[in-house]
Structure formats: C-alpha cells, structure tokens
Design a protein around this ligand. Sequence first.
Ligand code: BLG
Length: 488
Amino acid sequence: MFARPAIRMRCATGLLAIGILLMLGGCGEELKPSVLEQVKAEGELRVITRNSPATYFQDRNGDTGFEYELAKRFATDLGLELKIETADNLGSLFAGLGRPNGPVLAAAGLVETPARQSQARFSVPYLEVTPQVVYRQGQPRPTKAADLVGKRILVLAGSSHAEQLAALKLEVPELSFEESDAVEVVDLLRMVDEGQIDLTLVDSNELAMNQVYFPNVRVAFDLGDANRMRWAVAPGDDDSLLQEANAFLQRAEANGTLQRLKERYYGHVDVLGYVGAYTFAQHLQKRLPRYEQMFRQAGRSHQVDWRLLAAMGYQESLWQPTATSKTGVRGLMMLTQRTAQSVGVSNRLDPKQSIEGGARYFIQVHSQLPESIREPDRTWFALAAYNIGGGHLEDARRLTEAEGLDPNKWLDVQKILPRLAQKQWYSKTRYGYARGGEPVHFVRNIRRYYDILTWVTQPQLEGTQVAESGVHLPGIDERRPEDETPPL
Ligand code: BLG
C-alpha cells in the first residue's frame, strides 16, 4: 500500500470532490501525513536499538556500533538527525516501536520470526548470521541437538534463539532451557566462559565480535539454518518508511557500505584469526594490567589515547618487555637503537621507558606528516611511519599519487605500500626497498586491538556493570575523566 500524501481535507459534496477524496483514501477521515512525511517534518529519525558491542555502544569518539553506523547513514541520506534510544530487552524494544512519538525504526540485529510478525514489519535483510551453540572449553563438546539434553542452557527472553529452542523442544521433548530478560549477549557468553551455565545460543556475528573477551568460549555447532537480520518498523499499513529503508539497504549492499561495516565490526576473528583472538583475550587479562598505568601515564603526557599506545604495544611485542626482533629491534614498543637514542631511552628493556619513548616517537612522526593528511587517516599514517619510517612512507605516497589514487587516504596508500618490496617499483623510489607489506598488517592489527580495547574500557562498563562484567580489567574502574584524551 502506498503512503498517503500530507494534506488535510474535510469531506465535501460534489462528484469531483468525492472522486478525489476516494483516490486519496477515504471520506470523513482526516488524512494524516505518512510516517516518512512526519519523520521528515520532525527532522529526526528516532531509532531504537540495544546496547551491545554488536549493535550500539560508546567509544572514544562517542556513539558507534554496526547498527548505529548503518542507521546514521540512513538518517543522513534522508537529511535527518539520528536519535538513538536503547531498550533493556527485546520485549521493551518491540513495545517501544509502537509508542506514540516513540522510535519509528528498530535497528538491533533482529531476525524475523513467526512470533514477531504481529509485533513489527521487517525490512529486506542486510546481514546473514548463523545461530551457534557455544560451550566452555574443557567440557565435552556437543555436536548435535540431542547433546543439549540435560544441560543448563540460557538464552535472551523473547529472542529468535528462544523461539528456535522452543521449536526444537517439540522434536526433542527432554530438552529444557531458560530465558532471561535481565542479560545481554555479552552476559550469556561470560556465563559460559565462567561455567555458570553450560550452553547458550548466539549469532555468529555476536560471537565473532565477542570472542576476544571470552577465552574459554567455543563453538559447539551451528544450530539450524542461517538467519537474516532486518530492520523493523511498527505494525500497520503505512509502508512509506519501510520502502525508504529497503531502498537504502539495497543501495548499501550495492555500493559496498554494508561490506565495509561488516568487516569493521564483525571482522575481529577474521583479521586476528581464531588463535589470535583467543590469545589476545588471555593477554588482556594476564599481561595488560602490568603495563596499563604506564600506558595511561604516557597517554596523558603526550595527549594520545592510552588505548592506542596499548594496541601498538600489543602489536609490537604482545606486551612483553624483553621482546627482540631478528633485526635487533627491542622492547615492549620495539624501538630501534637509533630511535631509542633520539627519544632519550637508555634502557629499551625497561617497559616504562619503552612505552614513554614509543609514545614520544609516535607523536613526533605524527607531527611531521604533511598537513594534507587529516584525521583519522593521519593516525594510521603515523602508525605506518612508526613501523617503516617516514621516508619509505613518503615513497609509497608518491607511487599512490602516480597511480591516480589519493596519497592522503590510508585506504589508497595501503594498497600501494607492498610495492616497495618489488624491484620494478622500488627502483623508482628515493629510499628504495622496504618490506611495504609489514606496515599494512601493522596498522590493520593495531586498529583491531584498539577497537577491542575501546569496547572493553568504554565508560558504560564502569561501576557495577564493570564489576559484574566478564570484560572487566583491573584498574579500569579507577579511571579518572582526564584519562579520556582523544586519540590525538
Ligand atoms: C622502525 C623504527 C623507525 C624506522 C623504521 O623501523 O622500527 N621505529 C621505531 O624504532 C619505533 O624509526 O624508521 S627510520 O628511522 O626512518 O629508518 C625503519 O627502519 C619497529 C620498526 C621495525 C619493526 N618494528 C617498530 O614498528 C621490526 O622490528 N621489524 C622486524 C620484524 S622481524 O624481526 O623481521 O620479524
């Protein structure tokens, strides 16, 4: 059904008027503007979501998350401000969607299920995920539905997973499970990680996003077919906003926006590898606490986000102060002899000195970059210069420009950097051969670690939530507001 136009008319006599009114959709009724027209008139797109790493959360720059970013782009396309509301559980999320002057769109990793069809109408899908049974490493691994019998299973109340388990129970009547509306997916994973429950069911993207925080959590098996995530609007017959959302999602698929967001938010395990994600989670708990205050201190003195320094330290040495590379580069921040001298580090193996020297050097290379490189790319270029040196980076920028690409965009320069290792290219450069692939991995990994550290230390997880959360790190809750410096 099509949306009605935004005009208000009273019923009138006369055939012509009646004909027009019939076309407009009825007699004797005040014609209301469509939802889309209302939203445009109000100038804001009100979206309801959930606060979780896979949907929406606060990071160093404010609001972020896959659903947030996607909804933000939709609002921008419509020329609207985005207004986010969060729901504590799925019940209140769907209830909020029908509220007068409430949110008009739900963007919360939702799957269309039979039970939800009366609560909402769903958009075209934008993400395919697989429901996965997860268990705790060290326990026997369930491999099929029958293995779920006799286990303590907890899922989110009102979730597609609860519906899925209820359907499974018809086939396997001995199966039992519980639902809770007081938890989020991170809590379920933590409870498995700590052995408070045996199993839960989560979507593959949620697990990919969270794997790094929960070292003991493992996939048992995929349960059922892949699910498709969709946005939702309130029930009714006004399709105006839904059609607009569908058109937007189709464009986002066609122009690569969706793919980029998927890589950014759900790609941790893809980038780090399963073992890498697992190892990072362990090191986060065991090693970082020893150096956290040093990173915070160096961040404060040099006005750099300490989590970026910590991410660099992890990439360089896995937070090991005595690390040594084949080329003799040493210490937690892997300073060369020359760099160490230039930033006043006398003992590279002293973690405090190494972190302080690394931060100082980073700031130095950051400030030496051409003005034409703007943030956030400037931070990525500075990381590359830290790793490969400013001269080689400049060579790569020149090659990038010669290729008709943008030498001020990291996305373009990182494509060209590996050429510094190929004779046909490096023979034409000023500084010659360099392992140009190394800074590409270097920057990519650091960005990934930085994202993870940002989530782990976000302000929302402070206080009671931090204490109860599996992602708590010692020292985080002692943080003072002045530690919250921007990346640069
Ligand atoms: C960096 C230096 C740069 C230097 C480049 O090497 O070390 N950075 C630091 O010391 C912090 O100063 O640039 S230059 O001064 O313009 O020449 C290039 O020489 C260190 C890199 C080298 C790299 N890690 C920090 O990222 C490293 O250790 N590579 C060897 C890896 S392996 O042992 O071969 O696997």
